[in-house]
Design a protein around this ligand. Structure first.
Ligand code: HEM
Length: 382
């Protein structure tokens, strides 16, 4: 979606660029005396004082004839002596050299390291599964259940989750589809699929945003840090040793980290996504850089609209890839990784022994039991 928009823009600019080049060469050769199509106008520097595209013009080029064509192009590239005005937010940009950098970053390190990250997380989880196996309910299932998430909580979770999965798959298709799917499906089917994916990505993004807002509102209170989180972290959540169950209330430290990644990552990916949906309307990087510069940095604050779009695309892709890596780990632990966990989001109820082992302090609260001891262990009921 983003790429296609950017691609069209670049193709469009290129078309105009070639037209500009032809006009430029003609102007250099004939001193500006060239016949132009009605929609175009070519003016010399003398006329540059009052540059306005004539009525109906789509392009107007202002030049200073140079001794050689390559010099003119160099000047043009540096934005001097010659400029093109195109109605729209990118007025005055004929050649945007940063576009080459953007393309090579996107198709180079961004895709490369992103792909590696996805491979590494799947490999790590596979190794973890082989070594640790499925984390069991040590005391076995009691057969009695307790409500863990109500209907609204599960709706918020599955709205966020299902939209995220579609966004992730369609996003990955935009970045990697051409390498894997074109050889498998052929160009025509890939194209149809990608156009459908682009619409799904654009529209489902709003469902995801709603899901993130709901998740935040419903669970923020229970995701504020407390003293038990340190114990949980030091013990690695009991993930790496059998029979170890550090204390936890409704959410343990690992789940709190996930929660804040979902909320902050969700805001970041949503803001950058909206900026890509409506290109050239936002100056996210210039504005953020201006804020960061308060702390003594010297980041550029005069980025052009096209540079803004390019940086936003790179940012959106980086946040998206990291997000997907984290969520793959979350899906693992919520399904095959831990016995009894899926029920929490499936039926909304969990086995009481599961609750006692993984969320003992929450279970004590639910049972209306005594306050936990200083070590975080729930006191035995009278
Ligand atoms: C699609 C497959 C997914 C499955 C099977 C799944 C499963 C689960 C389960 C079982 C829980 C409850 C854990 C507990 O009771 O302690 C949970 C919680 C949660 N899920 Fe998911 N989830 C999925 C996708 C997602 C996605 C895509 C997101 C966000 C983008 C997400 C965000 C959360 C959050 C914030 C929580 C609360 C914190 C936590 O329990 O980790 N989930 N999920």
């Amino acid at each position: 979606m983003r790429l296609e928009g950017g691609g069209i823009m670049i193709t469009w600019l290129r078309l105009r660029l070639w037209l500009g080049a032809a006009l430029l060469v003609a102007a250099v050769l004939y001193g500006g005396e060239v016949a132009l199509p009605a929609s175009l106008s070519l003016v010399t520097e003398a006329a540059a004082q009052d540059v306005r595209p004539p009525e109906g013009a789509t392009l107007s080029v202002v030049i200073t004839p140079q001794p050689s064509d390559s010099d003119s192009w160099r000047e043009m590239r540096r934005g001097r002596n010659l400029f093109v005005t195109i109605p729209g937010p990118n007025v005055g940009v004929a050649i945007q050299s940063e576009g080459e950098d953007w393309r090579s970053i996107r198709n180079g390190p961004l895709s490369f390291y992103g792909g590696w990250l996805l491979f590494v997380i799947i490999l790590l989880l596979a190794v973890f599964f082989v070594l640790r196996g499925r984390i069991p309910v040590d005391a076995g299932f009691s057969g009695k259940t307790v409500e863990r998430f109500n209907g609204i909580e599960r709706f918020a979770h599955w709205l966020t989750a299902t939209t995220f999965v579609v966004l992730a798959l369609t996003g990955l298709n935009i970045l990697y589809g051409r390498y894997f799917l074109i050889p498998l499906l052929g160009a025509d089917l890939f194209s149809t699929l990608t156009v459908a994916g682009k619409y799904a990505h654009n529209f489902l993004a709003f469902g995801f945003m709603l899901g993130v807002v709901l998740v935040f509102v419903l669970w923020v209170r229970q995701n504020l840090p407390n003293k038990y989180d340190f114990i949980w972290m030091i013990k690695g959540g009991g993930m790496f040793s059998k029979g170890v169950h550090p204390p936890a209330k409704k959410f343990n430290a690992g789940q709190k980290i996930l929660f804040w990644i979902v909320v902050l990552g969700g805001v970041s990916i949503s803001v950058s996504g909206v900026a890509l949906l409506f290109p050239f309307q936002f100056a996210l990087f210039s504005e953020t850089n201006a804020l960061v510069n308060i702390f003594g940095f010297d980041l550029p604050t005069d980025l052009t609209p096209l540079q803004e779009v390019q940086l936003t695309q790179v940012w959106h892709a980086i946040v998206g890839l990291l997000f997907i890596v984290v969520i793959i780990a979350h899906i693992y632990i919520g399904t095959v990784g831990m016995e009894g966990a899926f029920d929490a989001m499936g039926t909304g109820r969990v086995d009481e022994n599961w609750a006692r082992e993984h969320h003992n302090l929450w279970m004590a609260e639910v049972e209306g039991g005594p306050a936990p001891g200083a070590d975080g262990k729930a006191q035995p009921a009278e």
